[in-house]
Write a protein that binds this ligand. Structure first.
Ligand code: SF4
Length: 380
């Protein structure tokens, strides 16, 4: 095991006690958390497995052949996921992102997508349904995902140079297959298609310009993500973080960029548009984004909750514990009203703002890896 990767302390099992809803559900009164943030965005992990071993997320030294993945019986069924999602939609959720591990590894995912695509908000609107994938299976699945009701997709791609990409996914997977997946998603009529690149200083930051050049003017929105101290195993160090401000500087040395408005409240990406000769944003040239959880925390309007593949609810990407909803769905056979009221009570008690606090926390507690749940378990 390389000296930097930290052995896993299995964080999947400790849970907070479920709050007992004190008052009957106030349907019209959507919950706000302790920082007055609404519940708008639900990320659902549909598997804890992945066919890549990106070192910043699932280092192969830890997630090796002996790693105990969750048995299928422990995973929420598609019906349980859809029921839970519909109750979240009742309590304010407008956007659902399917994640993993690698979500396209979950068999018959199209069935779940069709079920989620049929859900409506209390106002009768469809949910904004999207998915984050490593793109390895996208070329094969794009058409069926679109037909099932998936309108858009985000693909993780950490470099264009094949050797760099193979090193970062650590399973020797060729970049050409992921690029073919992005093209297949475009051909299937999905959009907007976003590409997320995690930037690790000294590992792939030299790929920033080639990636931008490749996607500029293609309609694909490229976002650069600061390398984060997620989970407990990636051996994160601050000196491997390239602040987004420097990413923008590098891009502006190549192309004129304009700051753009956020597309929606709670959006994680800061948007920059490519400018034309008159200095205005040229939509045909497109835009890029930066996601700066380390240097420009965005906890202030974070409206995201995360559901793990076996039904634990986490209120922050950097959480150490969650709330186990599965007994409500199974053993306790709780009513919709009771589950919705429980979701309300959980959200109202939320005060998470790890990224904001990261710089305030004393070093011995700050980025103390042993306490956080793995990103591959609750989705990015
Ligand atoms: S650190 Fe937690 S609270 Fe802050 S933006 Fe990320 S998920 Fe939200």
């Amino acid at each position: 095991m390389s000296e930097r990767v930290i052995a896993l302390v299995d964080q999947r099992h400790p849970s907070w006690a479920l709050p007992t809803p004190s008052t009957p559900l106030q349907l019209a009164q959507l919950p706000l958390d302790q920082l007055q943030r609404p519940l708008r965005d639900l990320r659902i992990s549909v598997t804890d497995r992945c066919n890549f071993r990106c070192s910043y997320c699932m280092p192969k030294e830890v997630f090796d052949k002996d790693y105990a993945y969750l048995p299928h019986s422990a995973l929420l069924s598609f019906e349980e996921i859809t029921r839970t999602a519909s109750l979240f939609a009742q309590r304010g959720v407008q956007k659902i992102r399917l994640t993993g591990g690698e979500p396209l590894l979950r068999k018959n995912l199209e069935i779940l997508i069709a079920q989620l695509a049929a859900l409506r908000t209390p106002e009768g609107l469809p949910l904004d349904l999207t998915l984050t994938t490593n793109g390895s299976l996208l070329a094969r699945k794009a058409q069926s995902l679109k037909e099932a009701g998936l309108q858009r997709v985000t693909v993780s791609l950490d470099g264009l140079d094949d050797a760099v990409f193979r090193r970062m996914n650590d399973v020797d997977f060729p970049v050409s297959d992921v690029l073919a997946g992005i093209e297949a998603a475009q051909a299937a009529g999905m959009g907007p298609i976003k590409v997320n690149m995690v930037v690790k200083r000294g590992t792939n930051d030299h790929e920033i310009i080639p990636m931008a050049r490749h996607f500029r003017g293609t309609g694909v929105v490229l976002r650069f993500i600061e390398y984060m101290d997620v989970g407990a195993t990636n051996g994160w160090r601050m000196d491997e973080v390239l602040p987004s401000a420097q990413v923008i500087e590098r891009l502006q040395a190549q192309w004129p960029l304009l700051a753009l408005q956020a597309a929606a409240p709670g959006e994680t990406a800061e948007r920059w548009g490519y400018a034309n000769a008159q200095g205005q944003h040229d939509p045909a040239l497109g835009e890029i984004g930066v996601i700066s959880s380390v240097t420009q925390a965005f906890c202030g309007d974070c409206n995201r909750a995360r559901l793990s593949t076996e039904g634990r609810l986490y209120l922050c990407l950097f959480a150490s514990q969650g709330y186990d909803l599965r007994p409500l769905l199974r053993e306790q056979a709780a009513s919709d009203a009771h589950i919705a009221a429980t979701l309300d009570a959980i959200w109202r008690g939320r005060s998470d703002r790890y990224s904001q606090r990261r710089s305030e926390l004393p070093p011995e507690q700050g980025s103390s890896p042993a306490r956080r749940v793995e990103m591959s378990y609750i989705g990015g």
